[in-house]
Design a protein around this ligand. Structure first.
Ligand SMILES: CC(C)(COP(=O)(O)OP(=O)(O)OC[C@H]1O[C@@H](n2cnc3c(N)ncnc32)[C@H](O)[C@@H]1OP(=O)(O)O)[C@@H](O)C(=O)NCCC(=O)NCCS
Length: 255
């Protein structure tokens, strides 16, 4: 038991650069106090002393501002930073090495009895103010951005953000950068048009840009193949996208 308490103290140093000494953690970290009190209340809960368990948890809430139901199952090296406003429901399950910040709710979405709170697998981090609701699984080492509202299961290792939370896709960053380059060439600004804000017009334009880019590449390849085969391809002059040059024959006043 003392080993577990020791782990609960030492894990603070890995996750809070502000922590300076063991004495400081023991005396001033409400997250540590809440976990310690929960270990006791959970023991009473399992032993069948339900009222006592609830009362101990209630005192813990008074002292720390962190409400953990004694029925919640919490793994090793659990750290709640700052803590105020954290709520952890009765049927929540938290794996090892998880971290919560202040204002996090691991709550239910129904009044039915039975499993109604989330399960956090090992190494999950839930940012300040995030709400994780329902009997959903948050996969190993997943990260929940602050103030997100998570209502669906989260795969292992990903980051989710937003309301409702969605997975941050690293591939989308590359696609967006490519589109930005083409849009810049064409003098089009796609600001505000991200996958998070699917403005239908910007969405359509983004796909047209992708399509134009693919056609450009195909034409270039075809031209090269024709030239290599000795076929003279009559090139039609196309205005340069990056220079915004005005083609001959246009009246400048009309533009
Ligand atoms: C989500 C988090 C874990 C970072 O994860 P990450 O995998 O490193 O993600 P990144 O920082 O690369 O961000 C990925 C994208 O999500 C966005 N994002 C990050 N956190 C977000 C949030 N809470 N809400 C909305 N979008 C968010 C970023 O802007 C970025 O968007 P972009 O790709 O368009 O630039 C971190 O931002 C977070 O919220 N940590 C909790 C910290 C906390 O609560 N601290 C309180 C201390 S008191």
């Amino acid at each position: 038991m003392f080993n577990r308490i020791k782990e609960d103290i030492t894990c603070v140093f890995d996750r809070d650069p502000a922590a300076q000494s063991v004495f400081e953690v023991i005396t001033t970290y409400p997250g540590f106090h809440a976990v310690l009190i929960h270990r006791l209340s959970h023991f009473c809960w399992l032993a069948g002393f339900r009222w006592l368990a609830r009362f101990i948890a209630h005192i813990g809430r008074w002292l720390t501002g962190i409400e953990i139901h004694p029925g919640a199952v919490i793994g090793r090296r659990f750290f709640i930073d700052h803590g105020m406003g954290v709520v952890i429901g009765e049927t929540a399950v938290i794996g090892d090495d998880c971290t919560l910040y202040h204002g996090v709710t691991l709550g239910g979405t129904s009044w039915d009895k039975g499993k109604r709170h989330p399960t956090l697998h090992n190494g999950v981090v839930v940012g300040a103010g995030a709400k994780v609701l329902g009997p959903i699984d948050i996969g190993e080492n997943a990260r929940v951005g602050s103030n997100s509202v998570v209502l669906k299961p989260v795969p292992a290792g990903v980051t989710v953000v937003g309301i409702p939370a969605h997975v941050v896709d690293p591939k989308s960053k590359v696609a967006t950068a490519e589109r930005d380059k083409i849009a810049y060439k064409m003098g089009f600004s796609a600001y505000g048009a991200t996958t998070d804000m699917p403005d239908p017009i910007a969405y359509a334009i983004n796909h047209m840009l992708d399509h134009i880019h693919a056609m450009d590449n195909q034409i270039e390849t075809l031209q090269k193949a024709l030239n290599d085969a000795g076929i003279k391809y009559p090139e039609t002059p196309i205005s340069k996208l990056d220079g915004c040059e005005i083609e001959d024959g246009y009246d400048e006043d009309e533009l």
